[in-house]
Design a protein around this ligand. Structure first.
Ligand code: AMP
Length: 216
């Protein structure tokens, strides 16, 4: 199994991209945000601990994330590439990941950074609509569902994420700048960083080229 980290600010398109790529057999998308939202919805102990942090746009404590990840990061023989979306979010989590992978004998192949200017991020998040049933993501401006307000994949009514309101988004961008941004240097220093300009729409060919580079 090859592990690839998707790095990027909220709204940089990590989730949409990972979901696209995960249509290819052998590629699996693991999003800590999706796992947490499912845990909150199900009212599990992790979900109960995470809820208030998420609604305020703050990072959930590392211990909660580490446990969630350990439960979901089994080396599955059918997974050729595991795309980590939303994890790690700070240097402590990057160290937790390195330990976890070392214990499982799995190699981290690279960190793919999606670079998007702040004004584009804010506009993208404002248009984001998500499916509460299957986690599919749409955008009223750039990726509208076939029927307004309805999930293409499962037919559920789309919603706006609670943490996508403008004040919380500003706070999440600040949390990203303070806590997640240092990971760019962390992975660059380890020769693992691959940056891609993700401000446009036709991202897939660029990403596929970057993934091929990571793989070689
Ligand atoms: P996301 O869907 O990746 O934007 O994550 C939504 C929210 O879940 C974040 O704003 C955090 O509150 C929480 N979250 C997701 N992943 C992590 C993580 N690796 N560490 C801490 N909090 C996280």
């Amino acid at each position: 199994m090859n592990v690839v980290i998707l790095l990027g600010a909220p709204g940089s398109g990590k989730g949409t991209l990972a979901a696209e790529l995960a249509r290819v057999p052998g590629i699996r998308h693991l999003s800590t945000g999706d796992l947490l939202r499912a845990a909150v919805k199900a009212g599990t102990p992790a979900g109960l601990k995470a809820k208030a942090y998420m609604e305020a746009g703050n990072l959930v404590p590392d211990a909660v994330i580490a446990e969630l990840l350990a439960e979901n990061l089994d080396a599955d023989p059918d997974t050729h590439v595991l795309l980590l979306d939303g994890f790690p979010r700070n240097v402590a989590q990057a160290d937790i990941l390195a330990d976890l992978l070392a214990r499982k004998g799995v190699r981290l192949r690279g960190a793919l950074l999606l670079e998007v200017p702040d004004d584009v991020l804010v506009a993208r998040i404002a248009g984001r609509r998500v499916c509460p049933a299957c986690s599919a993501t749409f955008n009223v401006a750039t990726l509208p569902p076939k029927v307004e307000g309805v999930c293409d994949a499962c037919g559920a009514a789309l919603v706006t994420r609670k943490d996508d309101d403008p004040a919380t988004v500003r706070h999440r961008l600040q949390v990203y700048a303070e806590q997640t941004f240092p990971l760019i240097d962390y992975y660059r220093q380890r020769g693992l960083l691959h940056a891609v300009d993700a401000s446009g729409h036709d991202l897939e060919p660029k990403i596929e080229a970057a993934l091929r580079k990571i793989h070689d």
